[in-house]
Design a protein around this ligand. Sequence first.
Ligand code: OGA
Ligand code: MN
Length: 212
Amino acid sequence: MLALAYDQETYNPQPHSHQKISNQLYENGWSVIDDYLPYRTISELLKESQQLMSDKKFKDAGINNRIIDKDQRTDQTAWINPDTCYHTQSQVIQQLERLRLYLNRENQLGLFDLELHASIYPTDGFYKKHFDNFQKSSSRTLTIVLYLNQQWEPQDGGQLRIYLKNNMSINIDPTGGRLVTFFSNNFEHEVLTTNTERYSLTGWFRRSDLPI
Ligand code: OGA
Ligand code: MN
């Protein structure tokens, strides 16, 4: 019983956060939720990313799946495989699965799976303005980013800038525990230069590519 209570406290998202995400997506096409997961969970996720780092699991991220273009992006990524990942990563995958089912039910999105990786931007890292779908594939439907730096200060940079209609944009600080969600095909976005190492989990809920 105690163990169960502990787990719930550690891993459950903030109450009603899935409902908030659903509403914000419906209204704006993007959503920002603070403290999606408790502080302790975010610390564990950060440690797991750092462990992947010391195990040399991170690779330079590519453009178009292959080409590595350091003028365009300088982050490193490590895919998170649900069968082999660390404990807390696995708990997060379960939460995101609940979010996927919630959004399918409430927003009728037909999301069928999740592709997830850990990301690290080194100091001076960035990712220039882009869409998340590379040319032919449009299966990435909803982008999700969970930030892991717990003491983020504005001077640390590394904001996510999302481009909206009418030449407007918003800058989102990558504060630990914050979950950002947006429709991948609707918003160009970029990661501004970060002045410290920047950790996150980044993923996409996908729809099937296959013709119906
Ligand atoms: C990406 C991306 C945004 C962020 O990995 O494609 O745009 O804030 N990430 O990390
Ligand atoms: Mn992106």
